[in-house]
Design a protein around this ligand. Structure first.
Ligand SMILES: O=C1CCCN[C@@H]1CCCn1cnc2cc(F)c(F)cc2c1=O
Ligand SMILES: [Mg+2]
Length: 485
C-alpha cells in the first residue's frame, strides 16, 4: 500500500531509508554509497543554494570552478594534511585499455587543487583578499555505513576558499560564514543548531581552528556536524608558498579560511521533521508549498470545482506561494492525500461540493493535521500566515525536542548514564587532548564511541574549582559530547 511499513520511533534506520524513497527524494543506485537525487531533493538543494549564493555574492565572494582531478604529487603535497584520509581517496588509473602514466585522484576536497594557483595569483597586498567559492561534487570512498544524504561516497557541496592579509579579517569571515550556516539550518530547514568550536582532536588537522554548527537527531541520540568553517591560519600558505608583499614591502604569508556545507543538510532535515506518514517539509524549502486537490462528487458541478482549484492555484502563485493542483483523474482524493503527505507538502487545500457551494476551501496542515475552513476571498492571506506558522512551529517543536535531549553532567557516572539514554551531553572539560582520546576509548562499543561535538560559543557559568567530568582535572570549558554520524 501507500503507507510506510516502518515506524520512526521503532525502526529509525529502516524508516529513514523508506521515507527518502517513498517521498521520491532518493533512488538507490547500483554502486554502494551512491544515490540518485531526484527533483524533490534537488529542488531543496537549489532553494538553499539560491540563498547562500546570493549572500556570499554580497560579501564579494566569487564563484569559480577547478578541475575534478588532482595529480597525485599535488594531493600528497603535505603528509599531515591527508595522511589520515588516504584510504578515502578515489583514483583514476586507466583510460580505456591503457594504464595511465600517473594515477589521478578525484577531488575529495580542493585545497591542494586550488592553492598552487593562489600562490601564483597572489603577489601583492592589492591581490588580497582573494575569496573564491565553488559549487561542485566531491568523492570520498568511505567504508562506514552509507546513509542517503548523511554519508555518501559522492556528495554535492559548496567549498569556499579565501585568503587575507591579516588574521583579523580571516577570523571575522569564519564567523560570518558560520552565521550563514546557522541561517540555512534554523531559518530554512527549521533545524536548531549549536555554534561552537571543534576540539584540537576533532578539528581539521590541516587548519588552525574549526568552527561548526552542530545538529542533533533525537531518535538516534546522535550529533551531526552540520557545516564547518575553518580558519587555516598560515599552514597552507607555508605549504604552498602563498606570500604577498605587505604595505611595508615585507614578504608575508596570507591567512586563509575554508568552509563548506553539503547535501547532508537535507538528510538532517528529514530525520528531524519526518513522521510515520512520511516527509514533513518546512515551507521555506518546499518546492510545492500548497497542493490543491479537487474532491469531485458524481453529480456535483465538477467543472466548477476544477475551475475553483485552478483559480486558487493561480492566485496563490501570483502572490509568490509555490502551489500546484493535482487534477489526475486516475487517483482518488484519498490516494492523493496520502501521496502528498508522504512527500511532505506543508499544506493541502481540498475543494469539494460543500466547500464550493459555501465559496470556501478546506486547508489541512501537514505538521499537525489540523483542518481549517477558509473563505475563498481570504485564501492568499490565510495561506501565507499558515505557512509562516508551520515554519515556526516546526522549528519550535524541533528545538523543544532537542533541548530535552541535552543533559548537563559533572561526573563520569552521570556522563555514562546520559550516553546510555541517547542524550547530547554538556560537561565541563579540562580541554586536554589525551583526555578526549580516553573518553573515546572508554565509550567504545557497537554503537560507536562518544566524541566531543563542540565547545559552544555560549559558555555557561564555570564556577571556580569545577572539575573535568572525565579526568578530574580543573575544567577549562563546557563542551558538548555524544555519539555522532
Ligand atoms: O571541510 C572543509 C571545508 C571545505 C574545504 N575543505 C575543508 C577541510 C576538508 C577536510 N578533509 C576531509 N576529508 C578528506 C578526505 C580525503 F580523502 C582527503 F584527501 C582530504 C580530506 C580533507 O582534507
Ligand atoms: Mg570524513
Amino acid at each position: 500500500g501507500l503507507g510506510l511499513s516502518y515506524k520512526k520511533d521503532e525502526n529509525f534506520g529502516e524508516w529513514y531509508s523508506e521515507v527518502v524513497v517513498n517521498g521520491e527524494m532518493i533512488e538507490y543506485y547500483d554502486i554502494s554509497g551512491c544515490y540518485i537525487l531526484r527533483p524533490w531533493a534537488m529542488s531543496i538543494w537549489e532553494i538553499m543554494q539560491t540563498f547562500f549564493d546570493a549572500e556570499i555574492k554580497k560579501m564579494k565572494i566569487k564563484n569559480c570552478y577547478f578541475p575534478l582531478f588532482v595529480s597525485s604529487g599535488v594531493l600528497q603535497k603535505e603528509k599531515d594534511h591527508i595522511e589520515g584520509f588516504a584510504p578515502e581517496v578515489a583514483w583514476v588509473t586507466k583510460s580505456g585499455e591503457s594504464e595511465l602514466e600517473m594515477p589521478i585522484a578525484i577531488r575529495p576536497t580542493s585545497e591542494t587543487v586550488m592553492y598552487p594557483y593562489f600562490s601564483k595569483w597572489i603577489r601583492g597586498h592589492r591581490d588580497l583578499p582573494l575569496r573564491l567559492n565553488q559549487w561542485c561534487n566531491v568523492v570520498r570512498w568511505e567504508f562506514s555505513n552509507p546513509t542517503p544524504f548523511i554519508r555518501s561516497r559522492e556528495f554535492l557541496w559548496q567549498e569556499g576558499h579565501t585568503a587575507f592579509a591579516t588574521k583579523e579579517e580571516a577570523d571575522t569571515e569564519v564567523l560570518d560564514i558560520l552565521e550563514l550556516y546557522r541561517r540555512i539550518y534554523e531559518e530554512f530547514l527549521a533545524v536548531p543548531v549549536i555554534k561552537g568550536k571543534k576540539s584540537e582532536h576533532e578539528k581539521f588537522a590541516g587548519g588552525l581552528y574549526t568552527t561548526t554548527v552542530e545538529a542533533f537527531v533525537p531518535n538516534t541520540g546522535r550529533g551531526v556536524q552540520g557545516a564547518t568553517s575553518h580558519c587555516l591560519g598560515q599552514n597552507f600558505a607555508k605549504m604552498f608558498e602563498i606570500n604577498f608583499e605587505n604595505e611595508k614591502g615585507e614578504k608575508a604569508m596570507v591567512w586563509q579560511n575554508s568552509w563548506a556545507y553539503t547535501t547532508r543538510t537535507i538528510g538532517v532535515m528529514i530525520m528531524v521533521h519526518g513522521d510515520d506518514k512520511g516527509l514533513v517539509l518546512p515551507p521555506k524549502v518546499a518546492s510545492v508549498q500548497v497542493i490543491v486537490i479537487p474532491v469531485p462528487y458524481k453529480d456535483a458541478d465538477t467543472k466548477g470545482i476544477f475551475d475553483a482549484c485552478a483559480a486558487t492555484v493561480k492566485s496563490l502563485n501570483e502572490s509568490g506561494i509555490r502551489a500546484e493542483a493535482d487534477f489526475r483523474d486516475n487517483y482518488s482524493p484519498g490516494w492523493k492525500y496520502s501521496h502528498w503527505e508522504m512527500k511532505g507538502v506543508p499544506l493541502r487545500i481540498e475543494i469539494g461540493p460543500k466547500d464550493y457551494a459555501n465559496n470556501q476551501v478546506r486547508a489541512v496542515r501537514r505538521d499537525n493535521a489540523t483542518k481549517h475552513d477558509i473563505p475563498m476571498a481570504d485564501v492568499v492571506e490565510r495561506v501565507k500566515d499558515m505557512l509562516d506558522n508551520i515554519q515556526q512551529s516546526l522549528f519550535d517543536a524541533a528545538k523543544e525536542k532537542r533541548d530535552v535531549c541535552i543533559e548537563v553532567v559533572h561526573t563520569w557516572e552521570e556522563f555514562a548514564e546520559a550516553l546510555g539514554q541517547k542524550k547530547m551531553i554538556l560537561a565541563p572539560w579540562c580541554d586536554e587532548e589525551e583526555v578526549e582520546r580516553d573518553v573515546k576509548t572508554r565509550t567504545k562499543g557497537e554503537m560507536g564511541a562518544a566524541k566531543s561535538l563542540c565547545s559552544p560559543f555560549q559558555q555557561p557559568e564555570l564556577p571556580e574549582g569545577t572539575l573535568c567530568f572525565a579526568s578530574g582535572k580543573p575544567a577549562k570549558k563546557w563542551t558538548y559530547w555524544g555519539r555522532s554520524y
